[in-house]
Structure formats: structure tokens, C-alpha cells
Write a protein that binds this ligand. Structure first.
Ligand SMILES: Nc1ncnc2c1ncn2[C@@H]1O[C@H](COP(=O)(O)OP(=O)(O)OP(=O)(O)O)[C@@H](O)[C@H]1O
Ligand SMILES: [Mg+2]
Length: 296
């Protein structure tokens, strides 16, 4: 354990002297993604974990901004009634249409609710507390699990990637997100109970694959809030790697107060503190996902 933990802390290296990253695998920088000549159709990725506070929203915002920085056209969908994604990107919905209005009227033009952000190439479909009523309204709808898929169908041609920030539950909204998605990304906080409940999440994804969306794939498990100084954090990451193997993304997001600071300012960290290690980590995550083929 001590030896592996040492490796996990990046203290060891491979035979050819490539340093090992925090996941215990060789640490790659990943090449800058090629410039795209044309845009769309989008690959849709849900960021999902029913455990609260694991970094879903932070990852959606900063991965979206990082992909936009590499010239991708990105839509971030706020699918949580808390509206943290919208607020984190400085968007206040007031009386403007939100995703809730689109779910209730799938014939409505989704562009009505899309807002451009200050980040070039990054648009948002915002949400607010209205969305908390959606589950009640949708429960009696025909094909109630495919409503978000129908909303997004009309705009996939305009984006390279659509990221859906799910709420911390496995209810009907999350099932809609999984049904609409090509892939799912699971952020896991490097904390003691990180793996608790993950079996249920995987079971839910398997059920959605079985019954609603046969081609959905697990695009990766992302370790967040990692603190290499604590043995605890390193051991949790080691256990996550034991459980998920190569599905664990090489990029690991460190714990830093820069994230709450950036949220308060309504900016992605790539704009708020572009030189900070945390901004660089999300840019690397974007490059890794392109290298893995999860994003164009
Ligand atoms: N790498 C990090 N280091 C330190 N703090 C972080 C990090 N990532 C996120 N946070 C902070 O942790 C809190 C929870 O993060 P976030 O809102 O992204 O999680 P979430 O999974 O979307 O939560 P919820 O389940 O409530 O929607 C926020 O205050 C955020 O600023
Ligand atoms: Mg959130």
C-alpha cells in the first residue's frame, strides 16, 4: 500500500523515465486538439453522480470553457433546479425562458432559452428553481424519459459538444439526461465515501442502456478535490483506480479555494485565473477527452 501510495503521489516513474501521474499511470500531457474545419453534430455528455458536492457543476463549467478555448462550439445545459451552473457563468434568468419551458413545450424553439456567455464559443441553456416542478409535470407524459432528448435534437447540429450538468439525484430528470446522452462522465470527490452509491449509479446507467439508450458509454471517471499531501486522498484515488481501472481519467482535479472564488465571480477558472494549476488541469481534461475520442 505504502509503495503504491508513493507511486500515486507521483514519486515514481516508468522504465523510460515517464513520470507517473496521481492515478499511478504514466503522465501524458496530451496534444493540443486539432482545429475543426466545421462544427457539429454534437456529442452529448451527462455529468452525473447522485452524491452532492462532488464537482459536477464545477467540471461542467470549466470543461465547457476549456473545450471552447480549443475552438469547440459548446452548449452547457443546466439540469439542476439549484441553477448553480447558470449562476457560475454569471447568468441570471429573471423572466427569461429556461430549460423548464422547453421541457413543458417540446415544440418551442430551444434557441429561445439559449444564452451566449462572455466566453467565446460557450452557450448555456439555463435553469432555475422552476425546474423542481418538472418531475411532477413530466411524470404523466408519454415517453417521459425522452423529453430532454427531443429538446436537444433540434440543436445538436450547431454544437460540437453538449454537456449536461445533472442534479444530485437519480430521478426522472437524471434519467432524461442519460437518455439524451452519448456518454456519461462521473466526477468522484477524493473523500472517504467517494465510492458509496456509485454501484447504484452504474446500475441506473445499465438500466438506461438496456431500456432507453443502448449506445450510452461511460466516458470516464474523474477524480476531483484531490489533495496529494494527504495519505487519505491518495488512498481513495487508489481505491477508485482499483474499482474502475482505465475508465479513471488520467487527469485529476486538485483541491483549491480558487473554484469557490471563481464561482462567486461568475467566471470559469480558465478566465478567472488562467495560469492557476486548476485551470491547467481542466484544459488537460479537455485534451484528454479529445484524445480518448469522447469529444471531436
Ligand atoms: N477541485 C475543487 N477544489 C475545491 N473546491 C471545489 C473543487 N471543485 C468544486 N469545489 C467546490 O465544492 C462545492 C461543490 O462543487 P460543485 O457545485 O461543482 O459540486 P456538484 O457535484 O455540482 O454539487 P451538487 O450535487 O450540489 O450539484 C462548490 O462550492 C465548489 O466551488
Ligand atoms: Mg451541481
Amino acid at each position: 500500500m505504502a509503495e503504491r501510495a508513493g507511486k500515486a503521489a507521483g514519486k515514481s516513474s516508468t522504465k523510460d523515465d515517464t513520470p507517473l501521474g496521481p492515478t499511478g499511470r504514466p503522465y501524458h500531457g496530451f496534444a493540443t486538439p486539432p482545429v475543426l474545419d466545421s462544427h457539429g453534430p454534437a456529442r452529448i455528455i451527462a455529468l452525473c453522480n447522485q452524491k452532492g458536492g462532488v464537482g459536477k457543476t464545477t467540471t461542467t463549467i470549466n470543461l465547457a470553457a476549456s473545450l471552447a478555448a480549443y475552438g469547440r462550439k459548446v452548449l452547457a445545459v443546466d439540469f439542476d433546479p439549484q441553477g448553480a451552473l447558470s449562476a457560475g457563468l454569471g447568468i441570471h434568468t429573471h423572466d427569461a425562458p429556461t430549460i423548464y419551458d422547453l421541457l413543458l413545450d417540446t415544440k418551442r424553439d430551444p434557441r429561445d432559452a439559449i444564452v451566449h456567455t462572455s466566453v467565446e464559443g460557450l452557450d448555456v441553456m439555463p435553469a432555475n428553481i422552476d425546474l423542481s416542478a418538472a418531475e411532477v409535470h413530466l411524470v404523466n407524459e408519454v415517453a417521459r424519459e425522452t423529453i430532454l432528448a427531443r429538446v436537444l435534437r433540434n440543436i445538436t447540429a450547431e454544437y460540437d459538444v453538449i454537456l449536461i450538468d445533472c442534479q444530485p439525484s437519480l430521478g426522472l430528470l437524471t434519467v432524461n439526461a442519460l437518455t439524451a446522452s452519448h456518454g456519461v462522465l462521473i466526477p468522484l470527490e477524493c473523500e472517504f465515501f467517494a465510492l458509496r452509491g456509485v454501484a447504484l449509479l452504474i446500475e441506473t446507467i445499465d438500466k438506461v442502456r438496456d431500456r432507453l439508450n443502448p449506445s450510452i458509454t461511460l466516458d470516464g471517471v474523474l477524480a476531483t478535490m484531490y489533495d496529494p499531501r494527504t495519505l487519505h486522498s491518495r488512498e481513495v484515488l487508489e481505491r477508485v483506480v482499483e474499482a474502475f481501472g482505465d475508465d479513471v481519467l488520467e487527469t485529476v482535479i486538485g483541491r483549491t479555494v480558487k473554484f469557490p472564488d471563481a464561482s462567486v465571480s461568475g467566471m470559469p477558472i480558465t478566465e478567472f485565473a488562467p495560469e492557476h494549476a486548476a485551470a491547467q488541469a481542466y484544459l488537460r481534461l479537455a485534451r484528454e477527452l479529445v484524445a480518448r475520442g469522447a469529444v471531436a
